[in-house]
Structures are given as C-alpha cells and as structure tokens.
Design a protein around this ligand. Structure first.
Ligand code: AN7
Length: 348
C-alpha cells in the first residue's frame, strides 16, 4: 500500500533538491522505507530505538536514494554511460537505474570481496561488470582516472547529486517521528551516507521541521576504520564487505558531521557485527546485511542517555549476502522422508 502511493524521493522532496522542472526523473519508487520501533533493543539499551529499514528500497539498499538523483542528472546532461567503483550495493543500484534510464552502466568491483546477491543484481540488470584484482579504494581511483579520459559520468558519492538524494533519509526520519532523534547510529564506509544524513538533518532543522539536531554516531569495522585511527588503511579487511574501505572519499565531511553534532565515530569488531546481525534477526525480526548491523553493534557499545530517542540506519537487505548468512547458522542435515525421521529431526 505504502509503496503504491509513494512517488519516489525526488517528487516527494523536490523543494529540497537541486532539480529543475525540465529534469527527466529516473525513479524506481525509492525511499518511503519503514522506521520501525525496536522494543527488545530499546529495553536492552534503556532508550527508545527505531530502525530505518533501508533494505526495503527497490534494489535493497539506501543507495537508491542517491542514485535516482545522480542518474536523473546524468540523463539531463545527455550522458550515455555511468560508471562507479563499488563494494556491491552502489553497483546494483547503478545497474538498475541505468536500466530504467536506458543507458549503460560500468561497475568496477573488488574480485572475491562482493556479496553474491549484489554481484547477481549488477549482472542481471545488465551492467558491464569489471572485476578488478584490487580493493574498492583502488577501484575508485581507476574510476576517477577513466572519467578524465572518456565520456563517463561518475555515480559514486563523490558525485554531489548522490548526497543530495541520500539526505532524504533524514527528512523521512523527522517526518515519521515528528521530531529529530537525540542520536543516530549509521555504518561508515566511504562516508557518504553519514555526511548526507547530517546535511538532511540540518536542512530540515533550518526549515523549522525539527527543534534539535541528533548526535551523529558513525560506525566502522575495526579492520577498515581509517576515520577512527586517523590513518588510511591500505589493506582493509572485514566480514562486512560493504564497508571494506580504507580511504573514504567523504572523510572530512564525516568528521564535520561528528564534530558539529557532538557525536563520535567508533569501531566494532567483526564478531560484534555478527552478534548484532543475529540479534537483529532473532529479537527484532530484521534481516539486514552485516555492514548494516554495524550500526547496532556500535549502539550496543556506546553509553546513551536513558529514555533518549535513537535511530539506527540499517542500510541494506540481508538477502544481499547469503554466504555470510549461512556461515552464521547451522545448516540442517538431510533426513529421510519417514514420519519418524522427520519427527526426530524436529525434536518431537
Ligand atoms: C549496506 O556500494 O560503498 O559510508 O560501493 O553498502 O556512504 O559508503 C557501500 C557502502 C553501509 C557505507 N552499508 O556507506 C558501495 C559502498 C551498506 C553499504 C555502507 C555501504 P557509505
């Protein structure tokens, strides 16, 4: 019901976005995602916790909010080919919006370090998928270099239209709650999303739609935590492949979000990420991807004011990464088809 009447983030928030009347809108109905109260997590931390379920977007991640803007702008400029480097979700989203626009998408992905569902999406939507023998940071460098020599429009979050679209997540949080939360937890990879949310919160605050600004808590994976340590990580490693990034493009914007809001950027171990991942599924019935669970892992380690309102952004859908999912549970053994065997297997 909600999706059928939802116009997509550009139409919904047009007054806050750099779009003119002539811009052709390439939308897949992104945004309008649920903000769900999390009762068990709330009692665990002694605060009112809400989960922003960005895995409900058309390609299963928050990237769609920015991609509708970036691809609409690319089409408006007459671009025929978009390009990005990606840990997976940007490539899936770029591939989908290029398909919708009838243009080509080229995506560079780190070979062996992208979740299976994301790879499948990029391929099935029809992108030209280039697997590089290198990581995301090397891919993004290549993309910048290629775009200097060839007619390619970059749709990574260094394209300012991406952050413009992604800031609508903050608008939705305020629209849904009726106020800005006291704190927000969000995973940080290339640092575009934390920067975009901060931009969105500030714009809504300045427009009078909120009486306060949330403290922004960014969460990195311990093996890929350059903003926490203050140094580029040449070989980032984490089970949360979406945020396996060692040199974030929006580093300084993330620091500004942290400092201006009075928040923090912290690191969580892979073990903490996977614990939060299972906890979210078992206690809140949310199947998100590991990178998304980092936000909740960060919350669980951070002292928060009793009774405060907290939003955790769950950036991507758990179906994206089936390999990590099955590695975290016991795969059932095969039993025979007699009632006795099945009853025994059930434990009756
Ligand atoms: C599920 O797809 O960078 O800090 O190339 O897929 O804005 O980078 C993905 C990032 C968090 C981090 N959660 O957001 C890509 C890519 C999920 C993600 C992030 C990503 P940014």
């Amino acid at each position: 019901m909600r999706k059928e009447t939802w116009p997509g983030v550009i139409e919904r928030y047009r007054a806050f976005l750099p779009v003119d009347a002539a811009m052709p809108i390439v939308s897949l109905g992104e945004g309008g995602t649920p903000l769900r109260h999390a009762p068990r997590l709330s009692s665990r931390v002694g605060a009112d916790v809400y989960l922003k379920l960005e895995g409900s977007n058309p390609t299963g991640s928050f990237k769609d909010r920015g991609m509708t803007m970036a691809v609409s702008q690319a089409v408006a400029q007459g671009s025929r080919t978009i390009i990005c480097a990606s840990t997976g979700n940007t490539s899936a989203s770029a591939a989908a919006y290029a398909a919708a626009a009838g243009i080509d998408a080229v995506v560079l992905i780190p070979s062996g370090h992208i979740a299976l569902g994301k790879l499948a999406q990029a391929l099935v939507y029809g992108a030209r998928v280039i697997q590089i023998d290198g990581n995301f940071d090397e891919g993004l460098h290549l993309v910048r270099t290629l775009a200097e020599s060839y007619p390619l429009t970059i749709v990574n979050s260094i394209n300012p239209y991406r952050l413009q679209g992604q800031k609508t997540g903050a608008f939705e949080v305020i629209d849904e709650l009726g106020f800005a939360p006291d704190a927000q937890f969000i995973p940080v990879g290339n640092a575009g999303n934390i920067s975009a949310y901060w931009l969105g919160y500030r714009e809504y605050y300045e427009a009078g739609f909120a009486q306060q600004l949330p403290k922004m808590y960014g969460v990195q994976a311990a093996g890929a935590a350059p903003i926490v340590t203050g140094a580029v990580v040449p070989q980032p490693e984490t089970v949360a492949t979406a945020i396996r990034i060692g040199n974030p493009a929006s580093w300084s914007l993330a620091l500004a979000a942290r400092d201006e809001s009075g928040g923090a950027i912290t690191a969580v171990s892979d073990e903490e990420i996977l614990q939060a991942y299972i906890l979210l599924a078992r206690e809140e019935a949310v199947f998100c991807e590991p990178a998304s669970a980092a936000s909740v892992a960060g919350l669980l380690k951070t002292p928060v004011s009793p009774g405060s309102s907290i939003v955790c952004v769950l950036t991507g859908n758990g179906l994206k990464d089936p390999d990590t999912a099955v590695s975290q549970v016991q795969v059932p053994k095969v039993v025979g088809t007699s009632m006795k065997e099945v009853a025994e297997a059930i434990g009756l």
